[in-house]
Structure formats: structure tokens, C-alpha cells
Design a binder for this molecule. Structure first.
Ligand SMILES: *Cc1c(COP(=O)(O)O)cnc(C)c1O
Length: 370
């Protein structure tokens, strides 16, 4: 719904395409599953699909029903189900719609075998647990999986694993070693790298990479910005000033009075709060921009509003545009910096944008939301 309350999430589909191409340039020998799980990290699954339709080698997501919807919308590329099948119905859908399912444990493999017909080819991604200890076969369970798989005709298998610390100090080599041990003399295709591995670990790409956060223009690293990586932000969360207060020294702002003015100040009240998805834990001082000028938030974020410092932006007043994060008319505020201030990551900020925030798509002549 297009509401007159000024908050908007502006989406730039062209930036998704730019970022996908950047991933491909970093992994020139690999195909790439564009990861569009969680409603494309809060950007809108269909917007991401439209942006990448002509170019993505494949799409990766979670829900089988969503994957089928992509097929029904005419998407012909491979579609990977990152957690595989959950039910007999999923197994039938995977076969009927030529989806690629992760298989991560024996129970899931047995679900597949019990409910599948194997008279047409089927693609599977066999997930190996190399240290993340979330999903995947281990040395204890993998032999049994191979035994079962050998009895199935017409299956294409890709071996896959997921890195726990591709963005951090421990890196990927310890997991790659375990992957090689588990894979043995496997010479078929493998799928390894997430965004961090794509950007930093050329040896950890494989035949298929799986870029997620980088498509949406945020950095997977704490020590390197999205701009430095050449990524373009896709989402801009923007709103406007709806109130102005003049503070005297000693005045406090917002719930709990966590901010006290130490001198006279002018503050603006922004139509954005935690019910819009802005992180409540963002402290005073979190970056924000008003009318193209960088400034800082003031006091606690409340449900529908928050405050920012306008002392040095005298031209700003009611109606002035505000960028909460992204690259907007009101200024550039990296989502990663807001996330860091709030003790989280841009992944979470994007996914948390609330349904009540209207979405505007750059290049689309009609405001839309799904
Ligand atoms: C979410 C996910 C990705 C994408 O990770 P990013 O850090 O967003 O690039 C890749 N692989 C798997 C298995 C995932 O679940």
C-alpha cells in the first residue's frame, strides 16, 4: 500500500545486476546461484528474479513452494533448495519442476527415495559438514549416503559445503581440507563459496558459487566496506523529518532519557522506528543523513519515530528528506555502518524491514510492493 507517511524502501534492481556481475568477475570459472532466500534478503524475491532473470546461472532459496512459483513464472534456470525437501510433496515437486535439492542427512535422503520416481533425471546437491556443524553429511554418515545414491538411476550430484568463517581470521582452508578428505576421489561438480569466499578466497569457489549478501550491496566483511569492494547498495531506507524540537542544555530525548543535551541543540524527529524495521539497539550517534548532510541519531529508537541532530543543518525542517541507510537523495549512509553501530549485520537490517514500509522500485513507473 502506498501510504502518505513518508517512509519508503527504495530498491535499485540495476544494482543487483551490477553486483551479480561483480561476483561473476571474481569467480570467472564458476557458475553462480543467486541466493534469493528470505525474500531476497528483504529486497523482494520477484524484484531480484526480474533483475537477474536474463543473466543468473541459477537461483537458490528455501521454500519449495516458492521455487515452484518461479518455474510457473517461466524461470528456466536451475533452482536450488538450500535446505532440501521437507515432505513427500516437496519430493514430487522437485521431480516435476526439475528443482535441485540439497540433501543434507540420511533422513532426508530416505524421504527422497521413498517418495521419488527416478525415471527422469534429478539433480541433487549433497551437502557435507566440514565444520560449520549445521547441516551436512560427515565421515560417519557419508558412506551410507553413497550406498543409497548408487542405487538411483539418473541423478546428477554436486558436492557442496558452506563456510563458517570465510569473512574471518580462520578462513576456509581448514574446511577445504575436510571437504577434500570427505570427497575422496570425487571428480564431479562442487559448490563452495558464499559472498565472503567469492571475494577473498579464489581457491574456494568451485563449479558453483552462492553469492547472497553481496548481491544486495553490503559487505560480508567487518574490515572492508561495500564501496571498497565495488558493490552498489540496492536498498535505500528513506523518510522525512516530521517534527523539530529546540533543546536547552540538560534536556533529554526519547524513552528512558538516554540522551542529554550538553548545550542548546536543534533536533529533528524522523518518521521511522523499530516497527519499520530500524534496529532499536542503534545507539545515539548512529549515522543518518538529512538533506544530503551526514549527521547522527539522538536518543532511543521508538516504535514509530527516532530523533537526529539538526544543529548543524539549519536549512532542515519539517518535510526534509532523510536517508536511514543506502544511497538516497538525502545522502549516503552505508547499511553496514548502521548495522555495526547497532551490533548487528546488514543482512539482519535488510531482512527486518517491516511489511508496513512501502517499497518503491527505481525504474518502475508504478510504486509496488509484494
Ligand atoms: C545464505 C547462504 C549463502 C549466501 O551467503 P552470503 O553470506 O549471503 O553470501 C550461501 N550458501 C548457503 C548454503 C546459504 O545458506
Amino acid at each position: 500500500m502506498k501510504t502518505s507517511r513518508p517512509i519508503r524502501a527504495r530498491i535499485a534492481p540495476a544494482a543487483i545486476l551490477h553486483n551479480y556481475r561483480l561476483a561473476k568477475r571474481h569467480a570467472p570459472g564458476s557458475k553462480a546461484w543467486a541466493v534469493i532466500k528470505a525474500n531476497a534478503y528483504g529486497h523482494g524475491q520477484w524484484r531480484a528474479v526480474e533483475a537477474l532473470r536474463g543473466e543468473a546461472d541459477g537461483f537458490a532459496m528455501l521454500e519449495c513452494e516458492n521455487a515452484v512459483a518461479l518455474r510457473e513464472a517461466g524461470v528456466t534456470q536451475p533452482i536450488l533448495l538450500l535446505e532440501g525437501v521437507f515432505s513427500a510433496r516437496d519430493v514430487r515437486a522437485v521431480i516435476e519442476h526439475r528443482l535441485t535439492s540439497v540433501i543434507h542427512c540420511l533422513d532426508q535422503l530416505e524421504l527422497l527415495v521413498r517418495n521419488g520416481k527416478f525415471d527422469t533425471p534429478i539433480s541433487l546437491c549433497l551437502k557435507l559438514n566440514t565444520g560449520m556443524n549445521r547441516l551436512g553429511f560427515t565421515a560417519a554418515t557419508l558412506p551410507k549416503a553413497w550406498e543409497i545414491l548408487q542405487q538411483l538411476p539418473q541423478i546428477d550430484i554436486t558436492l557442496m559445503t558452506h563456510f563458517a568463517e570465510a569473512d574471518g581470521e580462520r578462513g576456509v582452508s581448514w574446511q577445504l581440507d575436510r571437504f577434500r578428505q570427505l570427497a575422496g576421489d570425487w571428480s564431479g561438480p562442487v559448490s563452495l563459496g558464499n559472498s565472503a569466499a567469492i571475494l577473498r578466497h579464489a581457491e574456494a569457489h568451485g563449479d558453483w558459487v552462492r553469492p547472497g549478501i553481496m548481491l544486495y550491496g553490503a559487505s560480508p566483511f567487518a574490515d572492508q566496506s561495500a564501496t571498497e569492494l565495488g558493490l552498489q547498495p540496492v536498498m535505500t531506507l528513506e523518510s522525512a523529518i516530521i517534527g523539530v524540537q529546540q533543546l536547552a542544555a540538560g534536556d533529554q530525548v526519547g524513552y528512558g532519557g538516554t540522551f542529554t543535551a550538553d548545550q542548546p541543540m536543534r533536533i529533528g524527529v524522523v518518521a521511522c522506528g523499530y516497527a519499520d524495521g530500524y534496529p532499536r539497539h542503534a545507539p545515539s550517534g548512529t549515522p543518518i543523513a538529512v538533506m544530503g548532510r551526514p549527521t547522527r541519531t539522538i536518543g532511543r529508537v521508538s516504535m514509530d519515530m527516532m530523533a537526529c541532530d539538526l544543529t548543524d543543518i539549519p536549512e532542515a525542517g519539517i518535510g526534509s528528506p532523510v536517508t536511514l541507510w543506502g544511497q538516497g537523495l538525502a545522502g549516503n549512509v552505508p547499511a553496514d555502518e548502521v548495522a555495526t553501530a547497532a551490533g548487528t549485520i546488514a543482512y539482519e537490517l535488510f531482512c527486518a524491514v517491516a511489511p508496513r514500509v512501502p517499497v518503491v522500485v527505481d525504474g518502475a513507473n508504478v510504486a509496488e510492493r509484494t
